[in-house]
Write a protein that binds this ligand. Structure first.
Ligand code: SAM
Ligand code: TMP
Ligand code: ZN
Length: 403
């Protein structure tokens, strides 16, 4: 049953039993992993793509949540630019107030805090919330939902802007979020959020965007349908090149702002492409099977030829790839990553060891499987010497290739 409208959901892919994507395993505690069924479908009534099973939020977002948004230089720049845009477009009145849902380590809010703007981050994961505080960001360590919104309004008054990046798609209880927005936003207030775009996921067969934390896969049309249930509408939409293709949506209460042409144009394009139709979704499913076959075959062949292969980027996305494709320490020696909290741990489910990125040079391997493909530009530039000394990257989005 659809988590937004209660309509029937048609499954289009089942990845089977999967571990939590960000639950890096202590080598002494491999028996304690938690698994759930990862399957995805689309609502036949409102078109919202969503997971069929929901993981309890406290299992995923807690004090030890290991994802640090500031780990990427490109993303830091993206959020600095975003802060400038938001303050120019939505925070020009007297003493404006901005709330960010899922501020993580403060990657965006710290720029607004530095300007002296009234702000608040809402971030349930205690470890990253503390890092944001160290950056001068005011944070509530809570999940955003209806009750949180009421507490914020009581303490700080209404918000002119609620912003959220890569977080709204993590929240199955969208009804509570929208009721909270209605409580929290000033009459003309805006809700701006950005998340991976189903249109790009389908086009690039980026099946690794599907994992426990990514509960929804939005389109303009499905967000329009959800917003309408709560008295909001999409007034603007913008494509973003980050994280493999995202959309930034601007919502206001119905009738407050004439929707831009971009909204109608992208909605029409989605209808033309049939993003919620069984034909398109089944074609994606066939593409996923093809990538699995080609990737596992390539790794098998390289190993048989005696090649050394490592992984680059212990991403949440890679949990889906390794576990669905059956990739383990027999084909990949280890995965390197910049995040200190992941070092010395094992990848969820596959139990491939995680090491610091410095490990790459000692000596360079023959191949590196780029799990962090969404940061390809940044990583291949940083690791130019790997390629120059004869190393090759393996990518699998939009197709399996050696570059
Ligand atoms: N905004 C950052 C970015 O774009 O890099 C962080 C994205 S991170 C993938 C998702 C964040 O959402 C996590 O820090 C998590 O703790 C937080 N989160 C999950 N559920 C939430 C909720 N209900 N309210 C606020 N934050 C939430
Ligand atoms: P993400 O795709 O969810 O943003 O996760 C990216 C992961 O890759 C994260 O664990 C940090 C890691 N990473 C590196 O190890 N080196 C890098 O240069 C970048 C950009 C990310
Ligand atoms: Zn629905």
């Amino acid at each position: 049953m659809c988590r937004v409208c209660g309509g029937p959901v048609r499954q289009f892919f089942d990845f089977g039993r999967q571990p939590l994507s960000d639950a890096f395993v202590d080598p002494d505690r491999v028996d304690e992993e938690y698994f759930y069924r990862l399957a995805v479908g689309t609502c036949e009534s409102c078109g919202m793509a969503q997971l069929l099973d929901e993981v309890d939020r406290d299992r995923m977002f807690h004090d030890a949540y290991p994802y640090h948004s500031s780990g990427s230089v490109h993303m830091r720049r993206h959020f600095e630019q975003t802060a400038g845009r938001l303050s120019g477009e939505h925070l020009r009145g007297p003493d404006p107030f901005v709330v960010e849902i899922g501020c993580n380590d403060g990657v965006m809010l710290r720029a607004l805090a530095k300007e002296g703007l009234r702000h608040l981050g809402v971030e349930p994961s205690g470890g990253v919330a503390e890092l944001a505080r160290l950056q001068g960001v005011r944070v509530r360590t809570e999940f955003f939902e209806e009750a949180t919104a009421a507490r914020i309004v009581a303490a700080d008054g209404p918000a002119d802007l609620v912003y959220s990046a890569n977080t709204i798609c993590h929240i199955p209880y969208l009804d509570s979020v929208f009721r909270g927005l209605d409580t929290l936003l000033a009459p003309d207030g805006a809700f701006v959020f950005e998340d991976p775009y189903l249109g790009d996921i389908l086009e690039r067969t980026a099946f690794d965007q599907i994992y426990d934390e990514h509960f929804y896969f939005f389109t303009v049309r499905s967000v329009q349908a959800a917003a309408a249930r709560f008295g909001f509408e999409v007034v603007d939409v913008e494509r973003l090149p980050v994280h493999g293709g995202e959309l930034r949506y601007t919502l206001k209460r119905v009738g407050r702002q004439t929707p831009s042409r971009a909204v109608a144009e992208l909605a029409a394009e989605e209808e033309r492409r049939g993003l919620d139709t069984p034909e398109v979704l089944d074609r994606f499913a066939a593409g996923v099977e093809r990538v699995r076959t080609e990737l596992t075959e390539l790794l098998r062949k390289l190993r048989a030829d005696g090649k050394r292969i490592v992984g680059y980027g212990a991403t949440a996305k890679s949990a889906t790839v390794t576990n669905f494709c059956g990739i383990g320490p027999d084909s990949i020696d280890w995965v390197c990553d910049v995040t200190p909290a992941k070092h010395g741990k094992l990848m969820p489910g596959s139990h491939i060891p995680v090491r610091p990125t410095e490990a790459l040079t000692e000596p360079y391997p023959d191949y590196a499987l780029l799990f962090a493909w969404n940061h390809a530009e940044e990583i291949t530039a940083k690791e130019r010497l790997f390629r120059e000394s004869g190393g090759r990257w393996i990518v699998y989005v939009p197709e399996v290739r050696v570059i």
